[in-house]
Design a protein around this ligand. Structure first.
Ligand code: AMP
Length: 214
């Protein structure tokens, strides 16, 4: 099962990817998480990536393609993988096709999670993330038991720099211009499974499972 989760920021890709990991026992590859890890560690990659991320812009294709190429070689990807947040541009998708081709593999499903823009803005501005374990909360739709503290690990919750309203608008615009064309790209390859991303997490997950397993 080689799966791509496609969708705008705030569409619930990360949440659904985690549920898929539990069900299918294949790893989630989130380029956003990998980049945030590098920023936290202040590696050269992290220092370069931060400049783009703070502005809601995409990190250059060659950088993220290199990360994913290396990650896909991990033996834990032998039984499949879930790409979350990659590819985000047509050149990234083409690079992925050629990398998988070299490995004699291919993508089986592209799940596109669809959510209207005004809903995305509401979700992202209220989003809080655990500094320690990365768990996500929402100040209105899914608050932690104790304000500012992660239910799972007790870590401190914070608002990601790129979850500030101005940056969110930039991220949504970048999605429209650079990532949305992937919908047509994968539809043409007959890999696209469109899913309504508004509603209960469990219901959306059931629809994803059905789309994949049908
Ligand atoms: P995410 O957590 O997936 O929303 O990613 C956060 C930020 O990391 C994005 O706004 C980009 O700056 C960067 N990023 C993550 N994945 C990619 C990608 N595939 N291509 C370029 N930039 C990326």
């Amino acid at each position: 099962m080689n799966i791509i989760l496609l969708g705008p920021p705030g569409s619930g890709k990360g949440t659904q990817a985690q549920k898929m990991v539990e069900r299918y026992h294949i790893p989630q590859i989130s380029t956003g998480d990998i980049l945030r890890g590098a920023v936290k560690e202040q590696t050269p990659l992290g220092v370069e990536a931060k400049r783009y991320m703070d502005q809601g812009q995409l990190v250059p294709d060659e950088v993220v393609v290199g990360i994913v190429r290396e990650r896909l070689r991990g033996s834990d990807c032998d039984g499949g993988f879930i790409l979350d947040g990659f590819p985000r541009t047509v050149p990234q998708a083409e690079a992925l096709d050629s990398t998988l081709g070299e490995m004699q593999r291919s993508i089986n499903h592209v799940v596109s999670i669809e959510v209207p823009n005004e809903e995305l803005l509401k979700r992202l501005t209220g989003r809080r993330t655990c500094r320690n374990c990365g768990a996500m909360y929402h100040i209105i739709f899914g608050p932690p038991t104790k304000e500012g503290i992660c239910d799972k690990c007790g870590g401190e919750l914070y608002q990601r720099d790129d979850d500030q309203e101005e940056t969110i608008r930039a991220r949504l615009q970048v999605y429209e211009e650079q990532t949305a064309p992937l919908i047509a790209y994968y539809r043409k390859k007959e890999l696209l499974r469109a899913i309504d991303g508004v509603g209960e997490v469990e219901e959306i997950f059931r629809n994803i499972v059905q789309a994949i397993e049908d």
